[in-house]
Design a protein around this ligand. Sequence first.
Ligand code: PEP
Ligand code: MN
Length: 353
Amino acid sequence: MTTPLIIAGPCSAESPEQIEKICLEMKAENAVPQLFRAGIWKPRTRPGSFEGIGEEGLKWMEIVRHHLNIPITVEVGNAAHAELALKHGVDVVWIGARTTVNPFAVQEIAEALRGSNVPVMVKNPMNPDLDLWIGALERMYAVGLDKLAAIHRGFSDAYDKRFRNKPNWSMPIHLKRVWTGMEVINDPSHIVGKRDGILDISQRAMNFGLDGLMIETHHDPDNAWSDAKQQVTPKALHEILNSIDFKEPLENMKPDERLEDLRRAVDHLDDQLLDVLQERFAVIDQIGEHKRQHHLTVFQSGRWKDVMESRTQKGVKKNLSEKFMKELLYSIHEESVKRQEKQLREADAVKKA
Ligand code: PEP
Ligand code: MN
């Protein structure tokens, strides 16, 4: 079984004693991650909370090396942070959600890291904007930093309070589609915002095939200086990791006969789907021609409403989700309307010529 990348450590570095206690407990509980995280500079939503220990904390990372002999990652929010992280030999840096939204800051960090070859992990921006996320990764890549990973930490949502930051699984998956080979790590701690539910979100991330987990871990979570509610003890971290049913990445599998058969069946069904769509659009074109001859508008809201409601109901009965049905119908209908309007424009152009 391939285990994904596990990143763990406190939300914030607080003192040398705290770092040491976490390390010793991780070792004792058999919960040593592959990469140790600690926030040194903390971008807080409102002033007055603990804003991080600063440069001094970077020296404490030696404690991690001494006890666990694993690499260390810290968050950098500007060029000065990036320079200090490099100066103190931090192994990996990450860019936080509040920084990813700001292309000026991201560019400044990229310039400061240029030539260092340091791996960079970029958290998703606060808002669900895939381009902004990709843009930040591209700014790193453009200065020659090619050891990149993304972190899905969810998106703030004004209304849905089930999560601290609501996950949006289609976004990390789409990122992996458009940037082949991009590793996407999941951060259940900042998604859930409390201890309960971290296992569930971690399991879902693994089911989808994400590449790792970043879990905030503290020896005394209740008294942590930041994010006290969501941090887990090294013992709980061990339990979480032990309870996850890790899946094998499909790419690593030898071609399996059963899967090959099923995929052939899907290929065949997709061909049928395309034939049906081709036929449907041929009829749409005939309707378009009829509308043109009779000077009718292309879009008719009553008909659209009927199509939408009846097809959605039928789809739901066939165990297709309402959201999927609506998106599918919008997409098909939009294409139909555009085709028919194009027919009108082309006929007009012929008339005028
Ligand atoms: C953090 O990792 O502690 C952090 C501040 O995260 P985010 O940028 O996801 O809010
Ligand atoms: Mn945190």
